[in-house]
Design a protein around this ligand. Structure first.
Ligand SMILES: Nc1ncnc2c1ncn2[C@@H]1O[C@H](COP(=O)(O)OP(=O)(O)OP(=O)(O)O)[C@@H](O)[C@H]1O
Length: 588
């Protein structure tokens, strides 16, 4: 199978800025201006005090400068923040689109293992967490670091003794905070994985809501989901507790530094080693110093959550996926005329290592006509169809479709030649029309669609729906099992697939529709190969060839009549009504 599984590391900053050099330049420029104006403000404050001391005439202009620079700091900060948000949103959109594409391309086994809800969580909670990270990560943090360094340099130039006192007070706090940040990260990892798993199980439960209700299992499930939600709440509270410690610690450090600087600065001012304007500037800088530190630290939660979400995106993008283009470009794959539709030779397969489901399975499906596969529940019939569709990979043996071995088929071409109707007639949550047209490239006139529906006896029922062909199905308004089956078959009639794989349900149709459906299948089989997993006697009686599968092995094959006389297990299957006679089929 065309799979690829490179380890996908996400360089978020690069992803965010690729091809956007101009926007990035504007944002960096605005952010630099904002940082510089913020740094200049205390110095202008000091100049203002110096003018006051001197009683000079420049007091008013110093005050006006303070207002202008303050405004410039606010405007440039706001603008750069907005433009950065825009880049962040664009990045998240890109990640969502990539997730959608990758998730739909996952091999079935991996998609099931990963879980629908957990995959979907990438589009919701993980996306918003990455967005939170982009708000602070790429620009605000470097700018905050720049502001801290520049502030410290200016403070050192004003008075290095006071600077040492300031750094000493903050250092102890910062070391403590680093440990807290690490602990927060661990909590977020457990939390986000737990949220993904919870939503996955919850989605699966909602999909089985009928069973839940029929068994009155609501309360039990509420109890078990609530316990898990409370566990996650506990983790979140623990993370919040850690986060809550961060800001007070930093504020305390700032207050300690303030007291020390006021005392030390006062002494140095009195002794003439420091001027009053410089002391004022220093104090203003000290007050400003805490802001970027607190900002960075307050963002700790968002950053840690964002980094964990980033890893969760990486884990999806690293999963193998099937490269199925919409349609293969260029010449279609040539097939030898008259080759059998399917040949299985010595096929072995296990879903789990050590528990084989198919063992040395071999049979031939001719290029046209009806071939039926029968056998007890769990014999491996659906698995055979899945292997032909290449939903899974063989463990041993070979399968050829129209004379070409599976690995030699481009996946898209292979699946384009096959029409597959699964046992539960899964339909997309979309309109009747779009479900009918799912495998088709071109638009099809309504008359042709209605004609296909007519052939399966569904025209009247669909026409009676509120929006006819454009009625959405699968959500609030749904079709019955039998109607779904007939709709799926109408889709097959519309397709030009030369091989039809049909997983017949054990009971979906009344005898009227059963008869009609048999006619449709017979018509399909006139010029196409139809391989049907059969549960009805009527189907096997019509089949040109019947394959009896038992516990993963082909036990017998031939015509119905021949198997009845030569294969006791087959005759037993028929006698035991495993193959249902028409009149025992329940109404849909
Ligand atoms: N996704 C899966 N993972 C693991 N085991 C599976 C999976 N699907 C099927 N099996 C197992 O493989 C075996 C064959 O299943 P399969 O669905 O092919 O049987 P079947 O003959 O189509 O049965 P039925 O007539 O009841 O639909 C069964 O034992 C089943 O438990």
């Amino acid at each position: 199978m065309e799979e690829q599984s490179p380890t996908q590391k996400l360089a978020l900053s690069r992803e965010m800025t690729a091809g956007k050099a101009n926007q990035v330049a504007v944002i960096v420029l605005l952010a630099l201006l904002s940082t510089m104006t913020t740094l200049a403000l205390p110095l202008i404050g000091g100049a203002f005090v110096a003018e006051l001391e001197k009683g000079g005439g420049a007091v008013t202009s110093a005050a006006l400068w303070m207002v202008a620079v303050g405004l410039a700091a606010a405007v440039t900060g706001t603008l750069s923040g907005y433009l950065l948000s825009k880049l962040g949103i664009e990045l998240v959109t890109k990640l969502r689109v990539r997730t959608l594409r990758h998730a739909l391309g996952l091999p079935l086994k991996i998609a099931r293992r990963e879980g629908t809800g957990d995959l979907a969580a990438r589009l919701t909670s993980d996306s918003s967490q990455v967005r939170g990270l982009t708000e602070v990560g790429p620009l605000q943090l470097p700018m905050a670091a720049l502001q801290v360094v520049a502030t410290l340099v200016i403070m050192g130039l004003l008075d290095w003794v006071l600077l040492l006192m300031t750094v000493g007070s903050f250092l102890v706090a910062i070391i403590g905070v680093v440990f807290v940040i690490r602990a927060i990260r661990t909590k977020f990892e457990a939390l986000q994985t737990g949220v993904g798993k919870l939503s996955d199980d919850f989605v699966a439960t909602l999909e089985a809501l009928t069973v839940v209700k029929a068994h009155r299992a609501e309360s039990r499930l509420v109890r078990s989901f609530s316990a898990r939600a409370e566990n996650l709440g506990g983790l979140e509270i623990a993370a919040a507790r850690l986060e809550a410690m961060v800001v007070p610690v930093m504020t305390l450090a700032q207050q300690v530094a303030l007291v020390i600087v006021i005392m030390g600065g006062g002494v140095r001012y009195v002794s003439g080693e420091l001027s009053l304007p410089n002391l004022v500037s220093f104090l203003l800088l000290l007050l400003q110093l805490a802001a970027p530190l607190v900002m960075a630290i307050q963002a700790t939660g968002a950053i840690q959550a964002g980094l964990v979400a980033k890893q969760r995106f990486e884990s999806v993008f690293s999963l193998p996926y099937e490269q199925v283009d919409d349609r293969t470009e260029g010449e279609p794959v040539a097939v030898a005329p008259g080759s059998p539709a399917v040949v299985l030779h010595g096929v072995g397969f296990a879903y789990e290592a050590g528990r084989p489901v198919l063992d040395e399975v071999g049979f031939i499906v001719p290029p046209n006509g009806l071939t039926a596969m029968v056998g007890r529940s769990g014999a491996g019939k659906t698995t055979v169809l899945g292997l032909i569709e290449r939903f899974m990979e063989l463990d041993s043996g070979k399968i050829s479709v129209f004379g070409r071995e599976l690995p030699d088929w481009p996946l898209s071409e292979l699946r384009g030649r096959i029409a597959y109707v699964d046992q539960s007639f899964t339909l997309l949550r979309d309109t009747v029309r779009n479900n009918l047209l799912l495998g088709l490239d071109q638009t099809v006139p309504d008359e042709v669609l209605l004609d296909a529906l007519e052939q399966v006896g569904l025209r009247e029922e669909i026409s009676a729906l509120p929006q006819g062909l454009d009625t959405p199905i699968g959500g609030e308004s749904d079709l019955s099992g039998g109607q779904r089956q007939r709709l799926a078959l109408a889709g097959v009639l519309l397709s030009d697939a030369r091989l039809v794989l049909l997983d017949e349900p054990s009971s979906q149709l009344d005898s009227l529709n059963e008869g009609r459906l048999r006619e449709v299948v017979d018509r399909l089989a006139e010029d196409r190969a139809v391989l049907v997993v059969a549960h009805r006697l009527s189907t096997v009686q019509h089949a040109r060839h019947v394959i009896l599968l038992d516990r993963g092995k082909v036990l017998a094959q031939g015509t119905h009549e021949r198997l009845m006389s030569e294969s006791e297990p087959y005759a037993e299957l028929v006698r035991g009504q495993m193959l249902r006679p028409v009149d025992s089929v329940s109404a849909s």
